[in-house]
Design a protein. Structure first.
Length: 573
């Protein structure tokens, strides 16, 4: 064996013995593997060797206990999530850094006229802009590749100077273990020619795939796919509006492509790797591609698949069996959220009309002790919201604040503990999208916003309302589109924010929309599975007074189903 291989083996053994919790996930974090089978095999070998060499009884017992209880496959799945989250976070960070570098470059060029010395230096850099890319790595029999943390930034060989891209296609030699190691520092400066031509192209990097069919990427290589020489190489042109723009940016503008919607692409790349859709959903995806070829609307432009029952796509382009199976996958658990006992109670409670005095008596009876937790919450909810309908002369402009907002707010608080804030306020996720995409105008606003109960609260639901009787002809569709766009923004913003906080993204994340139009209340949800999918949860008529008893059971069932904890609980899986 070569000395390097002996050193790596000794390093792994020392780590295994000294580590307080030498589980597979900790070992994977230590060696940064790229192949599942080989990584698990190496962990087993090192663990057995450590047990043989360890002379301390307590340490031996600890290692034996770990060997008997660990689940390598589960730890590998966790490791993949961590790697991919780190990749996205690093790409977002590097993109922001690149924007700042370009901005500083533009400002400095405007503020300072270049002298002869600076021109000579710049010309020298332009003559050989790829010099920093030539790093010579050392390779041992084990197939592991190592490079010095300090020497990696300056090592250059003749072959790489002759061909500055040659090192990017080096075929690594593989030994029995086949693991590839690289220094955290050496990997942080890898850049290929296509990225020099297009500094934003790294946002859609195709990761390498191993024999197991899993897709992996280096945690560290993704963190510096763009460097200083890239910005030095960019040629600036003067746009019609007077701003400095790159040639690449000019080409994108001419082709109508936005390069600032990178968070959208990052979310898609990450979630596409971690999610799998059913055969029926794949069939709907193919139908949606056909629909896109023949139709143009705002939802299509935002890559939103409208799966509500009355949408043009569902009525004209989908196979009914495929559509119903997908709906069943989503809503079969939802149908169980409102128990039969609660349905029976509502039907009995609103079985007949009553006088005002009789309604007062019924409301007081709602406060009587109730053993069933769900029924107790439901009765308290009725007691808090029904009195508002006793004011039959309610004005139209008071409608949202007097009835709709209180019903939604109290339902969310009662059944899921979620905070709801009514009032015309900016949607944070929309503001983020407009900032990233450099879109003109202020952020979209909502009549009410609900927030998650996590450590960092995110928007989870937005509400748009109208007056109950006089509704503009275009308001229904404009609110519907704005809600759908906001639902997509919420998913993108939440996933990117979680990744930036070094947390694995929530794979089953959903956003929710409520639309009050006329005397109709509609509840929607959106998720992402290969594409943004918009579903209708419930639609119900809004009772305007206590005489419309036949409307109350469906109304309260729809509101409570939407507000239930199980519906709004976005788990990370």
């Amino acid at each position: 064996m070569k000395p390097v291989r002996e050193q790596m083996k000794k390093r792994n053994l020392d780590w295994m013995i000294a580590c307080k919790n030498p589980t597979p996930i900790e070992f994977f974090r230590f060696i940064q593997p790229t192949h599942k089978t080989r990584a698990i095999e190496k962990y087993g070998k090192i663990l057995n060797e450590a047990m043989r060499l360890c002379k301390v009884p307590d340490e031996q017992s600890k290692l034996k206990n770990i060997k008997e209880t660990v689940n390598c496959n589960s730890d590998w799945d966790v490791w993949l999530l961590e790697k991919r989250a780190m990749k996205i976070r690093n790409e977002v960070h590097e993109t922001n850094a690149e924007v700042h570098r370009e901005l500083n470059n533009v400002v400095s060029k405007r503020a300072i006229e270049p002298n002869e010395e600076s021109l000579r230096k710049k010309q020298k850099q332009l003559d050989d802009p790829y010099k920093h890319l030539s790093i010579k790595e050392q390779e041992d029999d084990d197939g592991d590749v190592y490079s010095s943390n300090y020497a990696s930034s300056s090592l250059t060989n003749k072959s790489q100077l002759d061909d500055p891209y040659k090192h990017l296609s080096i075929k690594e030699q593989e030994d029995d273990d086949g693991d590839v190691y690289s220094s955290n520092y050496a990997s942080s400066s890898l850049t290929n020619k296509s990225q020099l031509d297009d500094p934003y192209k790294h946002l859609s990097i195709k990761e390498q795939e191993d024999d197991d069919g899993d897709v992996y990427s280096s945690n560290y290589a993704s963190s510096s796919l763009t460097n200083k020489s890239c910005s030095q190489q960019q040629t600036f042109e003067r746009g019609k509006t007077g701003e400095d723009i790159t040639v690449e940016e000019q080409e994108r503008r001419e082709n109508g492509v936005s390069l600032s919607d990178h968070d959208h692409n990052l979310v898609k790349n990450l979630l596409n790797e971690l999610q799998q859709c059913s055969e029926k959903m794949a069939s709907l995806m193919r139908s949606f591609q056909v629909y896109r070829d023949y139709s143009v609307n705002e939802l299509i432009r935002n890559e939103i698949m409208d799966l509500t029952p009355s949408s043009e796509f569902v009525l004209r382009y989908t196979n009914e069996d495929d559509y119903m199976q997908v709906i069943k996958e989503i809503f079969e658990p939802v149908d169980e959220l409102f128990p039969e006992s609660a349905i029976k109670f509502l039907e009995e409670f609103f079985s007949e009309n009553c006088t005002h005095q009789q309604w007062d008596n019924r409301l007081e009876n709602l406060l009587e002790p109730e053993e069933d937790l769900f029924l107790r919450k439901l009765k308290r909810f009725l007691f808090e919201t029904l009195p508002a309908l006793q004011n039959h002369g309610m004005l139209e402009d008071e409608y949202m604040n007097t009835y709709i907002h209180p019903v939604l707010k109290k339902a969310l608080w009662r059944f899921s503990g979620i905070r709801y804030i009514p009032g015309n306020q900016a949607i944070r996720a929309s503001a983020y999208r407009k900032s990233i995409m450099k879109q003109e105008g202020n952020a979209d606003r909502s009549d009410g916003i609900a927030y998650t109960t996590s450590e960092k609260p995110y928007e989870i639901c937005i509400v748009e309302g109208s007056r109950p009787y006089v509704v503009d002809d275009t308001k229904e569709m404009s609110d519907y589109i704005q809600n759908a766009r906001a639902g997509k923004d919420i998913i993108n913003y939440t996933v990117v924010s979680e990744v930036k906080l070094k947390r694995a993204p929530p794979l089953q994340l959903k956003s929710y929309m409520v639309q009050s139009i006329g005397l109709s209340l509609r509840f929607y949800l959106m998720d992402y599975l290969g594409i943004y999918r918009l579903f209708e949860i419930e639609t119900c008529e809004i009772p305007t007074d206590l005489e419309g008893v036949n409307l109350f059971p469906s109304f309260f069932r729809a509101v409570v189903t939407w507000a239930s904890k199980e519906m709004l609980n976005n788990e990370k899986s």
